[in-house]
Design a protein around this ligand. Sequence first.
Ligand code: FAD
Ligand code: MG
Length: 284
Amino acid sequence: MLIEGQIIRKVKLAPRIKEIELYAPHIADNVKAGQFVILLADKNGERVPITVTDWNKDFGTITLVFQEVGVSTFKLGSLNVGDTLTYITGPLGNPSEIGHFGTVACVGGGVGTPAIYPVAREMKKQGNYVITIIGARSKELLIYEDKIRRVSDEVRITTDDGSKGKKGLVTDELRELITSGINVNRVIAVGPVMMMKALAEVTKDLKIKTIASLNPIMVCGMGMCGSCRVEVGGETRFVCIEGPEFDAHQVNFDILFLRLNAYRAEEQTALKRYMKMWRLANAE
Ligand code: FAD
Ligand code: MG
């Protein structure tokens, strides 16, 4: 019998990027595109927010894709099929605003690509013409292309080094798309903060409604701790209960970026300590 939070499938998608499928029937039953979970990989761990990329209500499973960037995501990545998370809660956050807008550009950068997948899928189901732009630093880090193709009318790819698709950034591709005369009615973006900031700058003058799914440091996920506060339209908003999607033209991305990096030194120290312990444990 499966236990809630048990890993039933694990795939390495790219260096340091993993996909896991978990048994979580309550979440699978209720989750909608754009929502996330918070999990604990082990009992001494931190709470880790991760977007739900896919789900299967019949099997009671959810799929998560994550990048190993620090201690908690490395711990998560070290779990194997059959292992069970200490804790998982969700679905959290508000679902994406899905509607019939016309032509929708879905933009995913890095591990934002799996997160944009269910949004593109639902946008397509609503009859929108979906153009998905996905980007990564290089071909090896480009993930979810096949899944994205299945739910998009058009897919455009960029890599920073030109190893696949066009050389450049997703922002360049969006600008090119718009200037080529395609009438884009809405843009929705998930990815690194600076990518979303640049996209918002491209669409602001053109008055194209642009939604960004924000990923600040988040702890409780229930609107109590305030860790995930961001400034939107000059006001403080909590991403966990009021987001994660906001009007990108109103978001103060510079504050978001600063806050995301506020604990960088401590995180680096913790990661070095963890790696040392891991090497010692595996050398014995
Ligand atoms: P650390 O070494 O602790 O930190 C590395 C960097 O990650 C930090 O500098 C900071 O920028 C960020 N970070 C650290 N702690 C948190 C935290 N509690 N919450 C958010 N960011 C943090 N990542 C994915 O790979 N896939 C996803 O689908 C995904 N979805 C997310 C959805 C939401 C709503 C949010 C808020 C974040 C999401 N993230 C996702 C980011 C992920 O939660 C962080 O990468 C992870 O918590 C980092 O933890 P760490 O201990 O491994 O890294
Ligand atoms: Mg951490």
